[in-house]
Design a protein around this ligand. Structure first.
Ligand code: NAD
Length: 259
């Protein structure tokens, strides 16, 4: 029997947990899932008043668990209850040569970028299997496919996320549950924008030179990815039309990894 898949995701009745969704990409993904009808649970740090404002905007609840702590993740997953959509997005970066890389930074990046994804996933999967439907989306990075110097922990954990995602995609392939990575290049977030003035001064460059020759040096389109574009890709991966997309690592990087 032929079933017509809709390209427009209707996520009414679905509950989504988006980690690291009080800012940047995670917030855009939460907004996009909410826009498609999902009930959203926010996670991440931030000012109490701003988080309250986001909860009101998205008709969402917030859980502020520190995802570097497995016990806090267990408590969060217990409090949140069964979810249909898990977006593992929280992540951090540190830039240093390997011989100077602070050991505590390495451990923190592994805990947040990699181990937290294992913990939320292992705790979310049983309810998804029972429901016979689920979507797991991991925010990886162009650095899950290519390396850059001085980012050993970030590149290692993002490569590992690709492997983890492929593994669980195979395990869940016949359960109605898909698992995919989204791999952005440079995304236009307040953090990136905030680096521009200092870099202009440090390198005696114009704003355009900093954007094109430094920040977008590896991005052939010379355009930043917009957080909303990542949100739209997440919504598509949640749609019925994407039910056969699993174990994939989708680039949204202006051609960076095509080189
Ligand atoms: P961001 O710093 O704007 O947001 C990070 C979010 O994670 C925030 O909500 C923060 O409160 C939360 N967070 C940080 N530490 C946490 C912890 N210990 N426990 C719980 N929450 C925590 O970052 P972003 O740029 O939006 O990045 C989000 C994801 O996208 C990361 O995994 C990052 O590696 C990836 N990414 C970003 C870019 C980019 O250009 N910005 C490119 C590729 C991939």
């Amino acid at each position: 029997m032929h079933k017509q898949n809709s390209l427009v995701a209707d996520l009414q009745g679905k509950r989504a947990l988006v980690t690291g969704s009080t800012s940047g990409i995670g917030l855009a993904v939460a907004r996009a899932l909410h826009g498609a009808g999902a009930e959203v649970v926010l996670n991440g740090f931030g000012e109490e008043a701003e988080i309250a404002r986001l909860c009101e905007e998205l008709d969402a609840v917030h859980n502020g668990a520190n995802l570097m702590d497995p016990a806090a993740i267990e408590a969060m997953m217990e409090e949140v209850g069964p979810i249909d959509i898990l977006v593992n997005n929280a992540g951090m970066q540190h830039v240093a040569p390997v011989e100077d890389f602070p050991v505590e930074k390495w451990d923190a990046i592994v805990a947040l970028n990699l181990s937290a994804v294992f913990h939320t996933t292992r705790l979310a999967v049983p309810a998804m299997k029972e429901a016979g439907w689920g979507r797991i989306i991991n925010t990886a990075s162009a650095h899950s496919k290519q390396a850059s110097p001085f980012k050993s922990a970030y590149v290692s954990t993002k490569h590992a996320i690709d492997g983890f995602t492929k593994t669980i995609a195979l395990e869940l392939a016949q359960c109605g549950v898909t698992a995919n990575c989204i791999s952005p290049g440079y995304v236009w977030t307040p953090l990136v924008e905030g680096q521009i003035p200092d870099t202009m001064q440090a390198r005696s460059m114009t704003r355009e030179e900093v954007m094109n020759d430094v920040l977008l040096a590896k991005q052939p389109t010379k355009k930043f990815v917009q957080p909303e574009e990542v949100g739209a890709m997440a919504v598509f991966l949640c749609s019925d039309a994407a039910s056969n997309v699993t174990g994939a690592n989708w680039s949204i990087d202006g051609g960076w990894t095509a080189e």
